[in-house]
Design a protein. Structure first.
Length: 274
């Protein structure tokens, strides 16, 4: 995505159309569009030809962008789990790992970055009915690997609003749910985690369309991405007007929900009841 956005910036600065850029590398306008959105891999020869077309002659600048192209084609660690993942999800894992700020609303279950191992196993078993024990464990292992993002030295900011429904819907037995609630209380005290609970008592709210995640990146060239997961696919929205609507919805959810301290008190109350 970073390389694609830089190629788009260079093309636009020269006033070159996508059609003309595609012609220069023996490709279509849509191929250029996919490259600029970071949706396809990059051939070194294509990047070299585009840089020449865009008038980039400085060897250091060319070398930097070509190095970025090579890095873009290196498979991420999560590709070793691709056999147990839906086809659209590896893209999300890559974006999640590159984000500096992750904002989300979840209603069905606890967000994957906050699940305990036992709770994650119960969720995966429910979602992968008929899967082998080995495939279930592999999916759980991926989820636990993703959670290392929140504990890393350069961990992203994670702002999450959990609907109370996600906390009351049981996955696993009583001990699994108690362990999950306790984990939420503990991890919500990390400086990079802001956890709020949307209580039933509020009634209707701006999250009525369902769960969503907004990913923001440290590179100024990259636009925010909204991730929407569906039953057989996922949507990645990066148009400004789309992202803005989800940002507004999330801000309203945050404003309407109790703050982090009050939300921890709500979690403690649910823990006593469980």
């Amino acid at each position: 995505m970073l390389l694609g956005s830089q190629l788009r910036r260079l093309r636009e600065a020269r006033g070159i159309t996508r059609e003309a850029a595609g012609y220069s590398i023996r490709a279509s306008e849509s191929k250029i569009s996919r490259m600029e959105l970071g949706r396809v891999s990059f051939k070194t020869r294509d990047v070299e030809d585009l840089l020449t077309l865009y008038g980039i002659t400085d060897e250091q600048e060319r070398a930097s962008l070509l190095s970025l192209a090579r890095e873009a084609n290196v498979a991420g660690w999560w590709h070793s789990y691709s056999d147990v993942l839906p086809s659209w999800f590896p893209t999300y894992v890559g974006l999640e790992g590159a984000a500096s700020l992750i904002r989300a609303y979840e209603v069905q279950f606890v967000h994957g970055l906050l699940q305990t191992e036992a709770y994650a196993r119960a969720v995966v078993r429910r979602g992968m009915k008929g899967a082998s024990a080995a495939d279930v464990e592999k999916r759980v292992a991926l989820r636990l690997e993703r959670q290392k993002y929140l504990l890393a030295e350069n961990a992203p900011e994670f702002h999450i609003v959990l609907d109370e429904a996600a906390l009351r819907r049981p996955y696993g037995d009583r001990e699994v749910m108690r362990g999950q609630l306790q984990h939420l209380i503990e991890i919500s005290q990390r400086p990079n985690v802001r956890l709020q609970i949307m209580p039933f008592s509020l009634g209707g709210h701006s999250g009525e369309s369902g769960a969503f995640t907004i990913l923001s990146f440290p590179e100024s060239d990259l636009s925010d991405v909204v991730y929407l997961e569906q039953l057989t696919s996922a949507l990645y929205l990066d148009k400004h007007e789309d992202v803005a609507q989800y940002e507004t919805a999330l801000k309203e959810l945050q404003q309407d929900s109790p703050g982090p301290d009050e939300s921890r008190d709500l979690l403690r109350g649910l823990l006593q009841l469980s």
